[in-house]
Design a protein around this ligand. Structure first.
Ligand code: 13P
Length: 248
């Protein structure tokens, strides 16, 4: 039985005050039986980590450098994220792949770096609308997942969360149907199973893209959907907590 996992990706939203109050509300709700991770913007990690200290809610970075340290202006390292209290980090979010041209090999290097520093990597994969319409969904997500298997090895997937986030469903209000999402999740899991069936059976694969309180339960009820990575709805404590409750 895989434990459900829900992440709240705040993207480039909020303020110090919102970070404290939102993280505080999630901690106060004290939701059991679901692993919850909040991903605030870098400047608000301190507030979120302070609010979550000693609770079962973890905090993560939205991105990390694939380098250990050095002359990389604007970048944040895995060691720095650990240092401020993070337990997780997103790697390869579609907004990083799209606006910052992150390639599969670079994303794989970020996942490796996160693991070296005992951060839980949340590997994001997903196809664009154009790729889906061209019938290339399977090819695209397999390539994105395969790059990390190749770099980190299959055993790494005992400590990686995979997030399937179809680009066309992010922030658009156009959620993948539970069936559409399940189909891709099953595909990702079977790809991992070709290397190791036991590990594939234990890897958490979560869905992201316009998850709301109204559609979360149907998505999370699918066999291969182990929770969600939430964007817009993670900025409202009541919505986010309703989604976390739906994962129980
Ligand atoms: P939305 O929930 O706003 O569609 O965002 C999903 C996402 O990108 C989470 O990482």
């Amino acid at each position: 039985m895989r434990r459900k996992w829900v992440g709240g990706n705040w993207k480039m939203h909020g303020s110090r005050a919102l970070a404290s109050s939102l993280a505080g509300a999630v901690v106060d709700a004290d939701i059991a039986d679901v692993d919850i991770v909040l991903f605030p913007p870098f400047p608000y990690l301190r507030e979120a980590c302070a609010a979550c200290a000693g609770s079962r809610v973890a905090v993560g970075g939205q991105d990390l450098s694939e380098h250990e340290s050095g002359a990389f202006t604007g970048e944040v390292s895995a060691a720095m994220l650990r240092d401020v209290g993070c337990g997780a980090v997103l790697a390869g979010h579609s907004e990083r792949r799209r606006y910052h041209h992150e390639a599969d090999a670079q994303v794989a290097a970020k996942v490796a770096c996160a693991m070296d520093h005992a951060l839980l990597p949340v590997l994001c994969v997903g196809e664009s609308l154009e790729e889906r319409e061209a019938g290339r969904t399977a090819e695209v997500v397999s390539r994105q997942l395969g790059a990390v298997v190749e770099r980190c090895g299959i055993a790494a997937f005992e400590r990686i969360v995979v997030a399937y986030e179809p680009v066309w469903a992010i922030g658009t209000g156009r959620t993948a149907s539970p069936g559409q999402a399940q189909e891709v999740h099953a595909l990702l899991r079977s790809q991992l199973a070709r290397d190791d069936a036991r590990i594939a059976g234990s890897t958490r694969i979560v869905y992201g893209g316009s998850v709301k309180p109204g559609n979360a339960a149907d998505l999370f009820a699918q066999t291969d959907i182990d929770g969600g990575l939430i964007g817009g709805a993670a900025l409202q404590a009541t919505d986010f907590l309703a989604i976390c409750a739906a994962a129980r």
